[in-house]
Design a binder for this molecule. Sequence first.
Ligand SMILES: Cc1cc2nc3c(=O)[nH]c(=O)nc-3n(C[C@H](O)[C@H](O)[C@H](O)COP(=O)(O)OP(=O)(O)OC[C@H]3O[C@@H](n4cnc5c(N)ncnc54)[C@H](O)[C@@H]3O)c2cc1C
Length: 265
Amino acid sequence: MEYVAPSTLEEAYRALDADDARCLAGGQSLVAMMNLGIVSPSRLVSLRRISALRGITAERDGSLRIGAMTSHAELAALDAPVAGAALLAQAARVVAYPAVRAFGTLGGSVAHADPAADYPVALVAADAVIEVGSAAGNRRIPATDFFRALFETALGRSEIVTAIIVPAGPAASRAAYEKLSLVAGDFAILSVAAIVERTARVAVGCCGPRPILATGLALNDTALREAARKIADASDPPSDHRASAAYRRKILPELVCRAVRAAQQ
Ligand SMILES: Cc1cc2nc3c(=O)[nH]c(=O)nc-3n(C[C@H](O)[C@H](O)[C@H](O)COP(=O)(O)OP(=O)(O)OC[C@H]3O[C@@H](n4cnc5c(N)ncnc54)[C@H](O)[C@@H]3O)c2cc1C
């Protein structure tokens, strides 16, 4: 296996133009997959030296552009000025534990698209946009279209996730991320990201191959409980070593209500 560490995106795009070449970001998922023999890339293209993939900047329209190589730890420390970015920072704080957060990256997690991961849920709720690049140019894909199925995204072969754009949203909006896991630091049994203004926008994770999105949820108790129950009815949760599908469906309404109330506070 060949290892290359380009310092520009153009070099990285060229290096990825080979059968079975793969980006290496934090290595927290890829190296585990290589150790298990699930993937065996012919070439690893490290993104660590590419400065264009780093940094968090405020755009003119108030949105935040977060470089793909931003680590979970950097995001967790973000004092976010907008609700969507605050949601991402809250999700980053409950990804695994400090060692994983020091190396793992936002772009790596987004490209990996584990249905139990924390960012996809937060990004769908925040109505974020995934910026991707290749030798053919750049494109922007709404998070709602990016996550397609189990470990499957809209990312083309040789494309790199370059940044995540989180819109400012209304000034009065508030966000909360609720994650239920067996122990702190584990992947979620169920997760809910909520952005609340006059109504709630909610995304639910671990209840299907991609996050479930529900918008325009009324905030009064009865209507919210009813909407949360409808999300549970429409969900398709897995049964795995963490929890059964029936358990996930049963607790989903409660976690949705908890996330919305937490955002309001
Ligand atoms: C013990 C443990 C516990 C964990 N717990 C959680 C958890 O609770 N919640 C959670 O969300 N995650 C968890 N993770 C996963 C962690 O968040 C990883 O950091 C993340 O999934 C992958 O990010 P990475 O930067 O390490 O990517 P890598 O492992 O380097 O890459 C992952 C995949 O994405 C591709 N890739 C990487 N960067 C890019 C890019 N910019 N563009 C295109 N493709 C790219 C790679 O080619 C590879 O296929 C855990 C991991 C471990 C090891």
